[in-house]
Design a protein around this ligand. Sequence first.
Ligand code: SF4
Length: 253
Amino acid sequence: MEGQRFVTGDSKRIFVNTALGCNSSCSYCYLPAEGYRTGVPPEVNISLEAAINLIRSSGLYVQGRYGTIISIGCFSECWDSSNLQKTKGIISWALKNGNPVQMATKRVVFPNQVKDHCELIQWKGQYSIFLSSATISQWKEFERGTSNPFKRFYHIGDLISLGVVCYIYIKPVIEGVTLKDGLIYSDIANEKGCGVVIGSRFDDSVSDGVPAPIDSVSGLRMVASNEEDQLAEIFPPTIPVYWSSVDAINSWR
Ligand code: SF4
């Protein structure tokens, strides 16, 4: 287990992965650059108990609303059937401790899957789900093995009713691709009453730019698309647009 990056980050934000690797194979995914396989079930896993022990013993964890943000799944798909139960366990643990907890996924999150741990929410905005998507119309081409984006977004209204804060997480903005679906994203956000986060691509082939906000062995940097600003302008002022998931979380505390 030593040397594996199941728990990384700092006192402001800890990333937790109970698996390293992903069953899906998005064309823009940075996992291969980080040494993890995509398109096959993750080979490296830890238990829920081990993950929580790693958080507790990291020396980074600060309990409570203004403590550490618990971010689930930067080196895995946290809602894959293989690690979904562990992800739910981490969410419950963080909610009980009062910490903000976020998960990003390209899978469908059904309301009955989160109903139990929603009862543990202590303050509005504590639990947020970022439904990730870089394209709707070209999903099959760019996001192989993920859920149909319309199905990903379908339950947002019901999840919000349960107390979860949901965002459409448009990341990365792929030039010539993502912007084409801007009006569809806007209509969905409008209909569901949720905010939007727009994010940049993580790339290991560039040497300038801002380092990616995750623990990277390949030197990932954030590469912004020229089309990010144009995409943001499509959303009406009634839809909050953020440039990072942490900004979205911090708006609640
Ligand atoms: S779902 Fe996420 S982790 Fe899995 S291949 Fe796609 S971008 Fe990578």
